[in-house]
Design a protein around this ligand. Structure first.
Ligand code: CA
Length: 558
């Protein structure tokens, strides 16, 4: 099949969570000037695109995912002048910048909402979703919000409830109102005219809601809103309108955060010919492990993980484009979750995971610190959390007595979003070189061993392994465009697949096991060359004894 070639298929994207990346002015909070200082580091790593988590004005109820002004920069992060400088400095290094677009909801401190809540006949009333309660003390329905509690908040100014699928400081916009769409599209064009290179669209699968809003099925406290709010009736219509009015007019890339997406739906959201988005994030491989809602202390069994990822590889082939990720600012650290963060296996398993992901078809995303093999944080007590989701979950599950602390604590600490949000570990000086002040969230105590300075100086580091993977992508079109095929489907230890493109072929072999295991090199790869490995194995015999977490890639060309 002749796949259409585009820059964003060939790119490697690096996600920055600005609050935790680099503090330039000693207030304990990462900022735009801090990012500018580290652009040379990113250039050296070799990434093509930065996805910047939100930097807009925000009261920070959800760390910037609650925006009060889309055309202003959060004071703590700097000024619009700093942003313009960041964009210019990135472009000067050949690095593009993709902005986070959070338009399912705004902050309750956004001017639109402050007007909307004033009266029932405010011209902004219909910018949000207002309903009367069942009676004075009962919300319109039983829906629960993603961050705990009801999805409805009573507002005494007009004695009605507004919908918030996330926190009560994140009221949902009413996308059925054409004025709302106009405002959002104009704002997007304003950013594109500045020269940004794309958008990552926050919960974009939730922008369209059904008109009827009945109770949802409950599994305890609250009802499930998803049949009424996720992939809702007009979501594709609105995205096509956005594409027509904004996206198609610029050379930009888009990636939709589409919780609950199936491969079938992804072909619509990100089809080669559907005129919506370029790609979507799917979450099946990071969501199927939950014991108590999303909370768990268990790993997904390898055969299940392989099945999910392989289905996405196969189903989207030639029809839509995959985005590849192990972690982001909402997920625990990849090495702690899918590999091992023990001193013995951390480095080798981090490299194995990188190999496994970067050799698949799709655009790889690296979350800040992943390239160092940064780990989950050793939480000891609930006061250490900063994340609204973790704080509310502790309250809802433990303090309120649904589960014992002994049962819930390992799950909360394994999955908490704060694992990803501890400061970037730059060097072994105080606070990992992130800040000269007290950081807004604790630094992982392992920064003395795990940090960018040590790893850039060590040719065997996780950092240099990522650098090499990125360089290989430029060298071998088969890594970007090759067709995927899974081997050894039922193996509980090995993740093995091939990629094929024109006359080139790759074999990727990854051990997810802490035991040695044997592997037979398929005949067609017996004289192939090894293009990367995380051990010093030579791959000259047909039968190999693989070390724990060993990974390698063989290349042939006929
Ligand atoms: Ca700062």
């Amino acid at each position: 099949m002749n796949l259409k070639k585009t820059w964003w298929k060939e790119a490697v994207i690096y996600q920055i969570y600005p609050r935790s990346f680099m503090d330039s002015n000693a207030d304990g909070i990462g900022d735009l000037q801090g990012i500018i200082r580290k652009l040379d580091y990113l250039k050296y790593l070799g990434i093509d695109v930065i996805w910047l988590s939100p930097v807009y004005e925000s009261p920070n109820d959800d760390n910037g995912y609650d925006i009060s002004n889309y055309k202003a920069i959060m004071q703590e992060f700097g000024t619009m002048q700093d942003f313009d400088e960041l964009l210019a400095q990135a472009h000067a290094r050949g690095i593009r910048i993709v902005m986070d677009l959070v338009v399912n909801h705004t902050s309750d401190e956004h001017a639109w909402f402050m007007e909307s809540r004033k009266s029932k006949d405010s011209p902004f009333r219909d910018y949000y979703i207002w309903r009367s309660g069942k009676d004075e003390k009962t919300p319109p329905n039983n829906w629960g919000s993603c961050f705990g509690g009801s999805a409805w908040q009573y507002d005494k100014q007009t004695c009605m409830y507004y919908l918030h699928l996330f926190s009560k400081k994140q009221p949902d916009l009413n996308w059925d109102n054409p004025k709302v769409r106009r405002e959002i599209f104009d704002m997007m064009s304003w950013w594109c005219d500045k020269g940004i290179d794309g958008f990552r669209m926050d919960v974009i699968s939730m922008i369209s809601k059904t008109k009827e809003m009945p109770d949802g099925e409950t599994n305890g406290l609250y009802g499930d809103f998803s049949p009424y709010c996720v992939h809702g009736p007009n979501v594709h219509k609105y995205l096509q309108e956005m594409n027509e009015q904004v996206l198609s007019r610029y050379d930009i890339m888009t990636v939709g955060e589409t919780a609950g997406v199936t491969a079938e739906l992804a072909k619509q959201y990100a089809g080669e010919h559907t005129h919506e988005l370029n790609m979507v994030f799917q979450f099946e491989h990071v969501e199927g492990d939950g014991k108590y809602g999303k909370w768990t202390d268990q790993k997904l069994p390898l055969p299940v993980l392989k099945k999910i990822l392989s289905r996405w590889q196969t189903e989207l082939y030639g029809e839509a484009w995959n985005s590849l990720f192990w972690n982001n600012h909402d997920q625990p650290r990849a090495v702690s979750r899918f590999g091992s963060d023990s001193p013995q296996y951390r480095t080798v398993s981090a490299k194995m995971l990188a190999t496994c992901l970067h050799m698949m078809q799709g655009t790889p995303y690296i979350y800040q610190g992943e390239e160092l093999g940064m780990t989950n944080y050793p939480f000891q007590n609930p006061q250490e959390f900063r994340d609204i989701e973790s704080i509310n979950a502790y309250q809802e599950w433990c303090t309120n007595g649904r589960l014992s602390r002994e049962t819930f604590w390992p799950c909360l600490t394994f999955k908490s979003r704060d694992n990803a949000r501890t400061p970037m570990q730059w060097d072994d000086t105080a606070n990992a070189g992130f800040t000269a002040a007290k950081p807004w969230i604790a630094v992982n105590p392992n920064y003395k061993e795990i940090n960018a300075r040590a790893e850039t100086n060590d040719p065997d580091s996780v950092f240099h392994y990522y650098k090499k993977l990125i360089a290989l992508r430029r060298q071998y079109p088969v890594i970007v465009y090759g067709k995927y095929e899974l081997l050894l489907e039922d193996s509980e230890q090995l993740f093995v697949y091939t990629r094929t493109y024109e006359n080139e072929k790759l074999l990727t072999v990854c051990s997810f096991s802490e035991q040695e295991c044997s592997f037979q090199i398929p005949e067609e790869f017996q004289n192939a060359s090894c293009i990367i490995t995380n051990t010093n194995n030579l791959y000259q015999n047909e039968t190999l004894k693989l070390k724990p977490y060993e990974a390698f890639v063989l290349y042939t060309c006929h």
